[in-house]
Design a protein around this ligand. Structure first.
Ligand SMILES: [Fe+2]
Length: 280
């Protein structure tokens, strides 16, 4: 893997609306896990094995218990199948290094630890090298339904199972390889594409519309909300997707539905060879 330097904001700073902001023990634990992740990343090591506490395992269990019935109703077929095949547990936080090994047997994707949010170019470029960067700390136990930042629930429940599908992997590699070569305007395009697909995408399946985006699959609030009348669910339209800014903070008001991952791959290939992208 090429040496990538991740540019993060100071991981020890938490916004006041973070549920753990006023909990010194939580902050210390989160900072410890972030430092450990940074060390392993800088030295090209696999994700460190973490001894999760009873409280952290409880948070994981509470979130998965509440997500399971929603997944039965709203998760896409790939996600449901892969979660079982990858043996993602319900009652304790899994180890990234073990999951990485199992995931690698599907289509060669691996998981690496990262200390926090990273720049889109760096994160997306990792995908092009079959690497998904994942945080290892977990959300604050007082608010299992909410995290203002990616945590291990978001990464493992939301993102990881999808990399067991060959077309989804092809899509991720396409976006990732382009990101490595992209200028800042092109990164903005790829970032929006990523947001409305891998983070918040919906897919048409024989039984109806289902979720495949990690931001939906890892959040019981977002997942229920995605199927209400408050959300516009539109057929995927590349020009609209890449021109539509998104926000992190609110529930997503607009989602795009793809017919299949293979169809989305073809759309991405067209985008990458289009003047709209090449001349950006
Ligand atoms: Fe994500």
């Amino acid at each position: 893997m090429a040496k990538l330097e991740l540019i993060t904001k100071d991981i020890t700073i938490l916004d006041l609306d973070h549920p753990g902001a006023k909990d010194p023990a939580y902050r210390a634990r989160r900072n410890d896990l972030a430092s450990l992740a940074a060390y392993h990343r800088r030295n090209g090591l696999e994700a460190p094995r973490i001894e999760y506490t009873a409280e952290e395992n409880d948070t994981w269990r509470i979130v998965t218990e509440r997500l399971d019935p929603l997944h039965e109703k709203f998760a896409c077929r790939v996600h449901v199948d892969a979660r079982h095949r990858l043996k993602i547990p319900d009652d304790h936080v899994p180890q990234l290094c073990d999951l990485s090994e199992r995931l690698g047997e599907f289509h060669g994707f691996g998981l690496r630890a990262v200390e926090g949010l990273i720049e889109p170019k760096i994160f997306l470029s990792g995908l092009g090298e079959h690497i998904m960067f994942c945080t290892q700390y977990i959300r604050h136990h007082s608010r299992p339904e909410y995290t203002p930042e990616p945590d291990i629930v978001h990464e493992v429940i939301g993102h990881v199972p999808m990399f067991a599908d060959p077309d989804f992997v092809k899509l991720s590699l396409l976006i990732g390889a382009s990101a490595a070569e992209a200028n800042s305007e092109q990164i903005a395009i790829l970032d929006r594409l990523y947001w409305y697909t891998l983070e918040f995408g919906l897919i048409e399946e024989p039984g109806g519309i289902q979720a495949y985006g990690a931001g939906l699959l890892s959040s019981f609030g977002e997942l229920s909300h995605a199927f209400t009348d408050e959300v516009q669910r539109r057929p995927f339209n590349m020009e609209e997707v890449v021109a539509t800014p998104y926000t992190y903070s609110n529930m997503q008001p607009l989602l795009f539905v793809i017919p299949s991952f293979a169809a989305l791959c073809r759309e991405v290939e067209s985008l990458l060879s289009s003047d709209m992208y090449r001349l950006s």
